[in-house]
Design a protein around this ligand. Structure first.
Ligand code: GTP
Ligand code: SPV
Ligand code: MN
Length: 589
């Protein structure tokens, strides 16, 4: 008798019509075999799927060049197909599930002819964790199969664990012919199913990541009473050796990976990494909030990564203890056969091929590495990996940080009055797009809890769910807004950021332990500057104070912008959030 997984895989194969089906076990040996196939047999256009890099300087590292139109998540082609549009909310594209499946079935029909279908059984979370989920993905490209082996806990044991149950999260994926007109990333929360075609890019194709661990998982969390969040999970060890765990939500490319493994600028402090992108948060038996990282790897932004900004990541990328390290759409130093990107260590190499393999010089005015070029590497290679990473129960969270890139107005750090106020604070988080990324400078996009592109249901209801989870917590973590990105009149960052962010975290730990007071303002609690450890830093006192001032006219304009954002959720916006909004308006006068 075929198991439910076998039946589902057969169904996928009947539609996609692959030549062969290969069941993966996620082993390193298997990764090597798949890399060989990717180097010798499989191509995107004329480009092999994998190229070996210089293993003397970059052990076990490989280059992948994607299809040139397939370099980032495509939010406009991403849909959440609840039975009604209202359930998806104004934060999601919606299509009727039946219509969506018909469309996808047509596109999928025969899409794997001449190819192998790889079946990937994997866990999101530790297999022994009560919070983990069993998943199965099919795909037709080695890049995705190998990447999923790095990013998740993949093993044939997952099939035994699922056994005769129907309870597994399904992901069906094909790169199709990379045609952007035939690209869709569709979610079916009712069926615990993601169906993705036409893209091989990370968040579109590694379905365990944003699609399942955030969009589908947020819907499961709403039903089951927990939270799936776009957050770092990390431990901070203080000079006495005590480790406190925190989470941090920042929008894409706003500093999560860097924070998760920062090298402390303050002596005696040390950071331990649990996750850099996704946190699943559950109310523990003791009434505290517990976090696990469902993932097992980093899929991080390459540009800007160096020994100066993030030494621990450079060591991770070169460790090669487990699994290959993949580089996607970085540039290539042709003389040394090494990966290169803007902001890498050392001088610009003499002969460079850009991310598409074309000859590149610094005079041309283009970037050699794609701005969203990335690396894929196992968390087990990180020198900062926390001893608690494999703890099935997760770690108890004392503080939640939320932030984005705001060059003006938003203080360096601010504490919410309580959990509900923290939810309001998270709901109004926004981030400015940069000229490099989006074309227009200073365009502000509201991105509540950094989840706007990832919340799988109506975000008004999501705020309500956050409030409900808070009510179940006996010891809720304190919630903070942080902003590393304030600029001065010359457009330069005031705050040094990176390893110096520990100074802000130290204040947060001091608050958690009742060691320091704070100043009450209409917008929240801010530090007394004297309580911040600024030893060894040269920031003028007036600039430091600017980081905490409350610009009332500026906040009144901000409030109008918050109002117009929140109003789109209509009746779904909880009354409690409305009250907090009115309260802020009153306090601002
Ligand atoms: P995703 O993987 O897309 O979710 O991004 P992320 O949030 O993990 O962002 P990441 O840590 O990769 O940082 C993105 C960019 O922000 C990089 O170019 C970093 O160099 C820059 N950055 C990170 N932390 C800081 C900081 O504290 N200050 C400043 N000025 N820049 C930072
Ligand atoms: C992000 O965009 O937030 C990422 C990369 O972490 S992806 O996995 O592609 O979503
Ligand atoms: Mn992310």
């Amino acid at each position: 008798m075929a198991t439910p997984v076998e039946k589902w895989v057969e169904e996928q194969a009947r539609l996609a019509k692959p030549d062969k089906i290969h069941w993966c076990d996620g082993s390193e040996e298997e990764a090597r075999t798949l890399m060989e196939i990717g180097m010798k047999q499989e191509k995107i256009g004329e480009t092999p799927v994998f190229q070996e890099l210089n293993h003397k300087t970059w052990p076990n590292a490989y280059l992948h060049r994607s299809h040139p139109t397939d370099v980032a998540r495509t939010e406009q082609l991403t849909f959440v197909c609840h039975p009604t549009k209202d359930q998806a909310g104004p934060n999601n594209n919606w299509m009727d599930p039946k219509e969506a499946k018909e469309k996808l079935a047509t596109l999928t029909d025969g899409c794997m002819k001449g190819k192998t279908m790889y079946v990937l059984p994997y866990m999101m979370g530790h297999p022994d964790s009560p919070y983990a989920k069993s998943c199965v993905q099919v795909t037709d490209i080695t890049y995705v199969a190998v990447s999923m082996g790095i990013m998740t806990r993949m093993s044939k044991n997952v099939l035994d664990k699922i056994g005769n149950s129907e309870n597994f999260v399904k992901g069906t994926h094909s790169v199709g012919d990379f045609d952007t007109n035939k690209r869709f990333i569709m979610h079916f929360p009712q069926d615990s199913l993601v169906w993705s075609i036409g893209s091989g890019y990370g968040g579109n194709a590694l379905l365990g990541k944003k699609c399942i661990s955030l969009r589908i998982a947020s819907c499961l969390g709403q039903k089951e009473g927990w939270l799936a969040e776009h957050m770092v999970v990390m431990g901070i060890q203080d000079p006495q050796g005590k480790i406190t765990y925190i989470c941090a939500a920042f929008p894409s490319a706003c500093g999560k990976t860097n924070l998760a493994m920062l090298e402390s600028a303050l002596p005696g402090y040390k950071v331990w990494t649990i996750g850099d992108d996704i946190a699943w948060l559950n109310v523990g038996p003791d009434g505290r909030l517990y976090a696990i990282n469902p993932e097992a790897g980093f899929f991080g932004v390459a540009p800007g990564t160096s020994l100066k900004t993030n030494p621990n990541m450079v060591h991770t990328l070169k460790a090669a203890k487990v699994y290959p390290t993949l580089f996607t759409n970085v540039a290539l130093d042709l003389d040394k056969n090494e990966p290169w990107w803007e902001g890498a260590d050392g001088a610009v190499p003499k002969r460079v091929a850009d991310w598409q393999g074309k000859p590149w010089t610094s005079e041309g005015g283009t970037k050699a590495a794609h701005a969203n070029s990335r690396f894929t590497v196992s968390l087990y290679n990180a020198p900062t990996l926390s001893q608690e990473f494999d703890n099935p129960r997760g770690v108890p969270i004392s503080a939640i940080l939320m932030g984005g890139k705001r060059t003006q107005l938003i203080p360096l750090v601010m504490e919410a009055f309580d959990w509900a106020h923290g939810v309001f604070l998270g709901a109004r988080i926004g981030s400015e797009t940069t000229a490099a990324a989006a074309g227009h400078i200073g365009h502000l996009r509201r991105d509540p809890m950094a989840m706007l592109p990832f919340c799988g249901y109506n975000m008004g209801d999501y705020f309500g769910h956050w409030l409900n989870v808070g009510k179940k917590l006996k010891h809720p973590p304190k919630i903070y807004s942080v902003n590393w990105f304030r600029t001065d009149d010359d457009g330069r960052f005031i705050w040094p950021g990176f390893g110096d962010n520990i100074r802000v975290i130290k204040w947060i730990l001091d608050r958690a332990n009742g060691r320091v007071g704070a100043k009450e303002t209409p917008i929240g609690l801010v530090p007394n500057v004297a309580d911040l450890d600024l030893s060894g830093l040269k920031i003028a006192k007036d600039k430091m104070e600017k980081l905490f001032e409350v610009d009332r006219p500026g906040w009144q304009t901000e409030l109008q912008s918050i109002d117009s954002f929140l109003s789109q959720f209509g009746d779904h916006l909880p009354a409690e959030i409305r009250c907090l909004r009115d309260d802020l308006a009153k306090k601002l006068g």
